[in-house]
Design a protein around this ligand. Structure first.
Ligand code: HEC
Length: 201
């Protein structure tokens, strides 16, 4: 760079400034997502929405009916004023209420025995979440005997880890209030294939 004259550098600087300016413009648009394929249309009257988490968990891309946030983790897609759910969030709701709610309470609200996962999912990453459900967890520092069982061998849980994670994220951000989902996107071919391989293998 030393040998370059100031005049040669100036267009480069201008280009960089321009790039930052347009990146800012894209971010500003994020508040009301431009891409209709992944934008959420939440229930405007839903209580307890966490604007920061809703932004963090907003889908930025979709692949065969599965949505991903900017960290590359599976996330939810909710439309029709909060009434229509992507397949994975819907499936996660059902799996949660089959396998987890006895301890963690309906709608991930928590119980005297186990923590409210709607709060846990405000901080747990995808990897941490999957690690806990596979390996279990016990708070050895407390005198209590409350144990999170390891589900690593349970296909009814592990084959649906993404579904559970997606549903619980929607609960954590408040994008999904305490509702029983009825309307949903069609089950993607990729989900049918992955389920067959996971359950059968
Ligand atoms: C037998 C009761 C029981 C069942 C069933 C159960 N859990 Fe847990 N889970 C617990 C307890 C108790 C803890 C708290 C453990 C600790 O921190 O010591 C826990 C903790 C967790 C945590 C960590 C929470 C945090 O804040 O760090 C996650 C995530 C979790 N469970 C997910 C699930 C999922 C998903 C299911 C269903 C597939 C499930 N659990 C089913 C009892 C249960």
């Amino acid at each position: 760079m030393q040998y370059q004259s100031k005049a040669a550098i100036r267009p480069l600087v201008a280009a960089l400034v321009f790039a930052f300016a347009s990146a800012g413009a894209v971010q500003a648009q994020d508040a009301k997502p431009a891409d209709p394929a992944v934008a959420n249309q939440l229930d405007p009257n839903a209580p307890e929405k966490d604007a920061k988490l809703i932004d963090k968990y907003q889908a930025v891309k979709v692949e065969d009916g599965k949505y991903f946030d900017k960290d590359g983790a599976p996330t939810y897609h909710i439309t029709n004023d909060g009434k229509k759910f992507d397949w994975y969030a819907y499936s996660g709701y059902r799996r949660y209420h089959a396998e987890c709610h006895v301890c963690h309470g309906p709608d991930a609200m928590g119980s005297t025995y186990a923590p409210a996962l709607k709060d846990s999912l405000k901080r747990l990453s995808y990897e941490e979440f999957v690690g806990i459900i596979a390996g279990g967890k016990q708070d050895i520092s407390s005198s209590g005997t409350n144990v999170m069982p390891a589900f690593g061998d349970n296909k009814n849980v592990m084959c649906y880890a993404d579904d559970l994670y997606t549903y619980l994220k929607a609960r954590a951000s408040g994008a999904m209030p305490r509702v029983r989902p009825t309307d949903k996107e069609d089950k993607p071919e990729a989900a049918k294939k992955a389920e067959k391989e996971c359950l059968g293998g």
